[in-house]
Ligand binder design. Sequence first.
Ligand code: AMP
Ligand code: MG
Length: 392
Amino acid sequence: MIAINEALDLVKTKCSPLLKETTKPLEKAGGYKLSTNIYAPINMPPFRQSAMDGYALNWHDKLTYTVIGEIKAGDNHQPILKKGEAVRIFTGAPVPDTANTVVMQEKVSSIDNTIKLDDSVEIYTNIRTIGEQVKKSQLALAKDTKLTPAAIGYLSSLGIKEVKVYQKPTIAILTTGNELIEPGLHLEYGQIYESNSKMLLSTLYSLKFYDVNIYKVKDDYNETLNTLDKVIKEHDLVIISGGISVGDYDFVGQALNALQVEEHFYKVKQKPGKPLFFGTKNDTYVFALPGNPAASLTCFYIYVFTALQRLMGNEFYKLPRIQAKSKSLFKKHGDRPQFLKATYNGNSVTILEGQSSSMLQTYAICNALVFIPEELSKIKVGDFVEVILLPV
Ligand code: AMP
Ligand code: MG
C-alpha cells in the first residue's frame, strides 16, 4: 500500500503527453493543443481601422475642419483629405492614408459641413494600425498552445479554418459484475442497475473527452481476460470499474497479471478507494477503480483526472485546492487519509452525510471534496480545511 502523494507522483511521471497529430476544423478544436506553430497569413488588422465613431481628419493648426464625406465599416473608398479636411467615420471602417487622427464624436460639435474640436483632442489617436495585433508571417500562436475560446476567435480572425492539434486519448470504460443490469430492464432479486459507466462517461464528457467506448463483462476470468486484452490494444487509456478487490470473484487483478500489464501501484492508503490499481502496457495506461460508485468517482477525480491532464500535456494536472472554513464537525476513524463529499459555497464548506463509498446520493449534490490528511483525526466547526473543487 502506498501513500496518496506517491501514487499521484507515479501517475504524473508515468503519463506523458500523447504526441499523435490530427487536423480539426477550428470550431471543433477547443481544448486541444496546437501541434505546430501558426504563422499569421495576413496582417491583423489588415488595414488602418477606426477605433471610434467620429471623424478622421488631416490635422492642421486650427480647431475647425470641413467634412467632405463619410466612410462606414465595410466601405472601400479612399478619399484624399487635404489639411483641414475631415470625413465622418465609424468603428471598424478603413481610415484614409491621408488622415492622421480619428476624433471621437463626443469631442466634436458640428454645424452643417463644419466641425469644431474640443481643446483636449490629441493627434495620432483612435487608429488601429496595420498589423498592430500580429503582422503577416509573424508567429500568431506557438506550438503547444491550448486552444481556448479566445484562441479560436483569434485564429478565426486571421482567416484560419482548420488547425493541426495533438489527439486526445481514446478511452475505454470496462465494468465488471454479475449483479449489474442495464437501467430499463426489470430488476431481479440480487441485481442492481449498472451506474458507474454512465457516471464515468459523463465525467469524461464534461472534461471534453469524447472518444470513449464502454464494455461490460461478467465476473468471469476468461471474459475479463479477453475483453481487457482487446480494449488495451485499442485504446490509450482503460478505466476498469470493480473486480479489483480480493474477493473470490474479482478477476481483474489476475487478468492484468496474465496480460503483463506493468503495475505501478496497487492499493493506496486512502478512504475511499483503497484497492486502486494503476499500470501500463505498451502505450496504454490502465486504471482499475474500485466498484463502489463513490469510491470509483473519487479515484477518477484524484488520479484519472491527473493522468488525463498529463496525456494532454497540461501544466495544471490536479483539481484546484483551496483552504476554507468548515461548517461541520467531523471525526475520522482509523488513520487512512480521507476524501469527504462536501459542498463549498464560495466561502465555507459543509461536509455531507452519507460518506459511505457505496453511496452516490450525497455525491449527487456535492461540488467539492474535503481532504483530511493522515495526521488529522478531528475537524471542528470553524477549522480551516483543504477543499478540492470538483469540475461539476
Ligand atoms: P467490486 O469492486 O466489484 O467488489 O464492487 C464493489 C461494490 O460496487 C459492489 O456492491 C458492486 O455491486 C458495486 N458496483 C460495482 N460495479 C458497479 C457498477 N458499474 N455500477 C454500480 N455499482 C457497482
Ligand atoms: Mg464486483
